[in-house]
Design a protein around this ligand. Sequence first.
Ligand SMILES: *Cc1c(COP(=O)(O)O)cnc(C)c1O
Length: 497
Amino acid sequence: MNPLRYKSTRGGETNITASQAIINGICQDGGLYVPDQIPRIDISLEALSQLSYQDLAYEIMRLYLTDFSEEELRDCIHKAYDYSFDTKDIAPVVEVEGIHFLELFHGPTIAFKDMALSLLPHLMTTAAKKQGVQKDIVILTATSGDTGKAAMAGFADVEGTRIIVFYPKDGVSPIQEQQMVTQKGTNTSVVAVEGNFDDAQTSVKKLFTDKELQEKMKKNEFRFSSANSINIGRLVPQIVYYFYTYSKLLNNKSITNGEHINIVVPTGNFGNILAAYYAKCMGLPVHKLICASNDNKVLYDFMTTGIYNKNRDFILTITPSMDILISSNLERLLYQLSGNSSEQVTTLMMALAEKGAYKISDEMRAGLGAFYGHYASEEETYFAIDEVYSKSNYLMDPHTAVGYSVYKKYRERTKDTTTSIIASTASPYKFTRSVMNALDESNNKFSDFELIQKMHDISKITIPKAIKDILNAEIIHNTTCEVNKMKQTVIDILNLS
Ligand SMILES: *Cc1c(COP(=O)(O)O)cnc(C)c1O
């Protein structure tokens, strides 16, 4: 077999190496890079279960990053998963009421985005070296709250890179905002956009393929890349922890070798759950992938009807990282469901861009059988946080609570008792107000600072460094712009002539 390469979901690019795909971020035809074959794991699950997080990461990632040498890849992995995580386990699994919470928030910015974004800068600089890229790489990113901080933390002061983050002005939590506007690093810029996440993400995607901007960039010795989950360098590291969790469950005898598990993922841009799907395709024994949405339930509707329709109100919820109506990574799933038909994907994506909606064929729908989709309302989310804390003293952040709530619905409706893991995507400290309000509405009268202390008092969970760091930090970034001024803002920040 030829070594794995990447191609565009829309057919315009083929035979792209991993390092090229990572540097480019997105394809010039507007499509996303996908591997031209999904590799199968070539060592047993039992052998994997003997490995540390770092070694297991290597065994999975080498199958995708085929033009990285062993030394290069191991070096990147070890630089990423180090003492900046507060546990040697990197992604510990905690059992509560027979459910396994895969805690993905032990990294530097206390959300699951750290799992990939502490690695991406190393992959990107290594890839740039391999490709002999001389120009400075400008990371352009839209964030629903967590990607922005995690990406800046990773890229801050990394030589040869600049990073510009756009976040929806009224669409992130106070702590998420504080984390971003206090970001240090001479190469970081943060801009609040007067719009929602979809507005920001759609504009950023357009900037990547804007011809005039590209000319200006070239003239000024810059090139763009992306730290969003459209970058394959984000997706591949996310596959790792699903295998790692399985290993942990094997080791503590929660499952037997080969036993199937369910994976529940609170979903926004469809990146995290797509990684779980890739893991399944690679040979991880997965029964159902449970896709949990909030009130912006476009994915639930899609899974139940085969119709994707973003023409609806954008609802601001207590799970801002899932407030998304255009789930970018779904394009990669569609590609697979269509039997790798770039024609079909292009037609569907044109319909999405023009009419805001599309309908998939019955053949494609049949492939959705691996998934179960549902959603949790805001009320159900609050209820779940309170229920689990009251019963088991375990404090979930709202996103994780959406996963839990949907899992409960799934279980009630299907009576399926398969061992299940819930991807726990953020620390409760990142959404202190919503979590404390869930426990007791009267907490709403306290300041964010007081609530952090209160959360500590009741939960005894150590206040993470990420929170302590921002409490008295100086506000460095205060730029705001309208959606249609994002291009000019980039030109100004980079001082493009
Ligand atoms: C980004 C994020 C999600 C959604 O992940 P996707 O990969 O976009 O589906 C869920 N929860 C939290 C806390 C996040 O930061």
